[in-house]
Structures are given as structure tokens and as C-alpha cells.
Design a protein around this ligand. Structure first.
Ligand SMILES: [Zn+2]
Length: 304
């Protein structure tokens, strides 16, 4: 029995010793694994974060761009309105308007609040109510043969028409002199101021305020049988008659006819011919339309 008890005691001691050795081992292996994973896990995580952020930003930008493009396309439809505005004018001048100053039934341009043309072409109406843009100047002016008078300029189309008219007149026995044609804005201003200084308000009867003169369009030529502008009696001369009867064949009209001073704003000028093109000139001649103001009233204003 003592041997058995001794063996049991010995076994118990050995078991206790082994158990104690197991309890002491765990703290040793736990320490190294705690240090190693920490630096490995922390470093790779912050790197992938900044990459996905810039990607979602450029995506919403291309979407709003295609939307405004289809909107300006329907705009060209209302364009036909501007040319109509260019032809806005008053055929029957509001002579009873108290704000207008009149001299012998003709409007003083200094009392008019005019409409400025947005486009200028060979058919434009330029008068005391419809004026040229302040900076406008023809870009295709050419020298013309004035039968001896130098320094005369017209726009190319008007110059070619005048040349044909001049040569035909010469062949018919008339040496027609062109005594005034294109005038710059500054020259027209000087001209008007000189007339005003020498003749007072009467100047508005025959001289135009700057930007209101058809001479500034480069489409007008004053014709004469002498070296100066003739008087009203020119219409009763053979040359005056010849010019009045043939002008439309070349695209010119007698711009300020007798009896229509209130419509044109100027007294009768049988020497002042305006180029408007053959189509309008011949229509006016065939239908007895007296002035360019009447022509536009009949063809544009009444059809609105
Ligand atoms: Zn003239």
C-alpha cells in the first residue's frame, strides 16, 4: 500500500509540474504576434482611399453641356423681323406732332427722334426719320466718270449703272455732268452747318443733317448740264426731261419729286437721282409710285 500511495503521489507531482509548465508558456508567444501585425495592417489601408474620390467629380460635368445646345437652334426663325424694322419709317410724316419743328411744311431734322437702320443696302430708305448708323461707311466705293468733274465716288453697283446711263446719254446727245455723289458723314456735317450759318432754318428744305443724307450711302448722284447743281427749272430742259424719263432703265429714281415735299422731307430736286436697283425703279415707274417712302408703304407696311 505504501508503494501504491507513493506512486500516486509521484504521479500527482509530475502532473502538477507539467500543468505549471503549460501555464507559464502562453505569455511568451502572445507578445511577438501583437507587434508584427500592427505595422502591416495600418499602412496599406490609407493608400486606396484618395483614388476613388476624383473619379465621381468629372462624371456630372459632361451632362449639363449637351442640354443648352438644342435651345439656340429654334432662334433663327424670328430673324425675319429685323429687316422689317429696317423699313420702319413714316410715309405720312406726323406733321401735327407738336414736338416736330416745321419750316414751310418740311420737317426740321433736328427736332426728330429718328430710327437708326440696323442694315444698309441699295434699297434702304434713308430720310429724316430713318438714319444711317453713326459709324456706317460704304466699303465698295469706286471712282466714276463724271464727264469732267473729278473726285466723284459711288458704290460699285451704282457706279456701273451710272456708267451705262452716262454712255447711253452721250450717244443720245447729252453730256451729263455728275456734280456731287458720295459724301462722308463729316463732310455732310460741314455742308449742313455752312448752309445753316448762311441761310438759317431754311437750310432744312434742301440740306440734310448728318446721317440723314442719301449722299452718305454712296448711291446718289446729282446731275447737271453745267458745273454746278441746277435749279428746279432743270426739269424743263431737254436733258432734265431725258434723265427723268430714262432713269428707271438703269435702276435710278428721281428721289425728291415735285408735290411730295411732306413725304420726302425735301423740296423738289430734279437733279438728285438715287440708285435702288432696276427691280424697284421699274416697278415705281410702271405703277406711278411717286417716292421711295410710298413704295415701302405699299410693299411692306400694308402687307404686315
Ligand atoms: Zn443730292
Amino acid at each position: 500500500m505504501k508503494k501504491i500511495l507513493f506512486l500516486l503521489l509521484l504521479i500527482g507531482l509530475i502532473s502538477l509540474t507539467y500543468m505549471c509548465s503549460l501555464d507559464q508558456q502562453p505569455p511568451q508567444p502572445e507578445q511577438p504576434p501583437q507587434e508584427e501585425p500592427d505595422p502591416v495592417v495600418v499602412e496599406p489601408e490609407p493608400e486606396p482611399e484618395p483614388e476613388p474620390e476624383p473619379e465621381p467629380e468629372p462624371e456630372p460635368e459632361p451632362e449639363p453641356e449637351p442640354e443648352p445646345e438644342p435651345e439656340p437652334k429654334p432662334e433663327p426663325e424670328p430673324e425675319p423681323e429685323p429687316p422689317e424694322k429696317d423699313n420702319e419709317f413714316m410715309v405720312n410724316l406726323p406733321l401735327d406732332d407738336p414736338s416736330l419743328r416745321l419750316y414751310k411744311g418740311v420737317v426740321d431734322p433736328r427736332s426728330v427722334d429718328p430710327h437708326t437702320l440696323t442694315e444698309v443696302d441699295i434699297t434702304s430708305v434713308v430720310n429724316k426719320f430713318n438714319i444711317l448708323p453713326w459709324e456706317y461707311a460704304p466699303t465698295d466705293l469706286v471712282d466714276i466718270n463724271a464727264n469732267g468733274v473729278g473726285g466723284m465716288l459711288l458704290r460699285r453697283e451704282a457706279a456701273e449703272a451710272w456708267e451705262q446711263w452716262r454712255v447711253d446719254a452721250l450717244n443720245d446727245g447729252y453730256t451729263v455732268l455728275a456734280v456731287s455723289s458720295y459724301r462722308s458723314r463729316d463732310y455732310q456735317a460741314t455742308l449742313f452747318n455752312n448752309y445753316l450759318a448762311n441761310h438759317g432754318d431754311e437750310a432744312v428744305l434742301w440740306s440734310a443733317y448728318p446721317r440723314r443724307s442719301e449722299h452718305e450711302t454712296g448711291l446718289v448722284v446729282d446731275l447737271s448740264n453745267s458745273w454746278s447743281i441746277p435749279g428746279e427749272g432743270f426739269i424743263d430742259t431737254p436733258m432734265g426731261q431725258y434723265l427723268a424719263e430714262t432713269a428707271h432703265n438703269y435702276g435710278f429714281i428721281l428721289r425728291y419729286p415735285k408735290g411730295y415735299e411732306g413725304d420726302t422731307g425735301y423740296t423738289f430736286e430734279p437733279w438728285h437721282y438715287r440708285y435702288v436697283g432696276k427691280e424697284i425703279a421699274q416697278k415705281m415707274q410702271q405703277e406711278d409710285i411717286p417716292t421711295l417712302e410710298h413704295y415701302y408703304y405699299l410693299t411692306v407696311e400694308q402687307q404686315k
